[in-house]
Design a protein around this ligand. Structure first.
Ligand code: AMP
Length: 363
């Protein structure tokens, strides 16, 4: 089976690593030459809407994506020629924060109050309606905290319009969350759905730094609530593949923030920490195979390596550590790899996390 993938970054690379044991082959499309997945499989270097590149991807048995900011039109063209999972419709919803939040509201999934704005007057009205402080976001192409600002006073509105305006915007109430969680969900072509245990995530400057499972103090009720939200989204979108649902924990009530229609950074721990990784389950789903078990194999944490990879010898000397080097050139703030830590019990995981953080700070 030949799997076509739009995007050839680290997520694509980890998809290929998970797919080879299943006998899958890969063909990637990414405009950046020498992308991380190109070390493992063929990479077509062209724009996502290049007609010849799309023709070559159409030869694949199934096409999926590891990057969501690809033109929906191009994915629609592919869908007329071969199988595409998740569907172009699911992609379109996830690309636009207004569609995403509207889907949450229609499915009765709690989310921040929100309003759309197309010009400065509408932005002012939306902020007045939602109240201060508010978060102003571009509807499209935001990632890792880019394309958003917190507005704390009337005077901030003009500044927000100047830096983010000229594009359709979304205004949201600032959610007073106690922590950020995510749920990785996967749905097969048959409609069968499975869910991983809730992940606790910490961010700095809008970028994910650490994930940890199990998230602390999660009741069976909270896990069920998260699964029920994700399940309604999967069904509504007739979704096939892995979907990540990012959540705010507001004193035990979950508010949905956004969905990612792909494997997700907060699911990297599943490679060592779950019975089946998110990458393998995504590939099983899109290629029509039965899903694998999603159970946790023990307490696990993931630390993103930003900028450059510290000494592998020192990282791997940490007990329970596994290193993933994406083969990227070093650059400030860039996600170049991650470290997974495993332990038999949570106290041991905390100890290992402390040691790993210290090493990342000093190395
Ligand atoms: P996003 O691009 O929507 O994932 O937002 C990036 C980060 O900004 C989130 O992980 C939160 O830490 C923060 N954030 C986004 N939206 C809100 C909100 N409505 N209220 C509070 N924090 C937010």
């Amino acid at each position: 089976v030949l799997v076509g993938v739009l995007g050839a970054g680290q997520l694509g690379r980890m998809l290929a690593l998970a797919g080879y044991p299943l006998g899958l082959r890969f063909r990637f499309l990414d405009p950046t030459p020498g992308s991380p997945a190109s070390a493992l499989a063929e990479q077509i270097v062209a724009d996502y809407d290049d007609a010849e590149a799309l023709a070559r991807l159409s030869e694949c048995d199934v096409v999926t994506f590891e990057f969501e900011n690809v033109p929906v039109d191009a994915v629609e063209v592919l869908a007329t020629r071969t199988r595409v999972h998740p569907s172009p419709t699911a992609l379109a919803v996830a690309q636009d924060r207004l569609h995403e939040k509207t889907a949450f509201r229609e499915l009765r999934i709690p989310t921040a109050t929100f309003a759309a704005a197309h010009d400065e007057a509408e932005l002012r009205a939306a902020v007045a309606q939602i109240g201060l402080p508010a978060v102003v976001k571009t509807r499209r192409f935001g990632y890792d905290g880019k394309g958003q600002l917190v507005v704390r006073s009337e005077a901030d509105v003009t500044a927000a319009w100047r830096s983010l305006g000229e594009r359709p915007l979304l205004v949201e109430a600032l959610v007073p969350f106690t922590r950020e969680l995510s749920l990785l969900a996967v749905r097969a072509r048959s409609g069968e759905a499975r869910f991983y245990p809730l992940v606790e995530n910490s961010h700095a400057d809008g970028v994910l730094r650490e994930s940890r499972v199990p998230a602390r103090g999660i009741s069976a009720r909270l896990q069920e609530e998260a699964e029920s939200h994700a399940h309604r989204l999967l069904e509504q979108l007739d979704y096939v593949g892995v979907l990540a649902l990012e959540l705010f924990d507001v004193e035990g009530v979950l508010h949905a923030n956004e969905i990612a229609p792909r494997v997700h950074n907060s699911g990297h721990w599943t490679i060592e920490g779950a019975a089946t990784s998110q990458f393998e389950n995504h590939l099983r789903a899109v290629s029509g195979l039965p899903l694998g078990e999603t159970a946790l194999t023990g307490p696990t944490a993931m630390l993103n390596l930003l900028g450059r990879i510290p000494s592998p010898g020192r990282l791997l000397a940490l007990p329970g550590a596994h290193l993933h080097d994406y083969g990227k050139a070093p650059r400030a703030g860039r996600k170049v790899g991650h470290l997974t830590l495993r332990a038999d019990h949570e106290a041991a995981l905390d100890e290992r996390l402390g040691a790993a953080r210290a090493l990342l700070e000093t190395d």
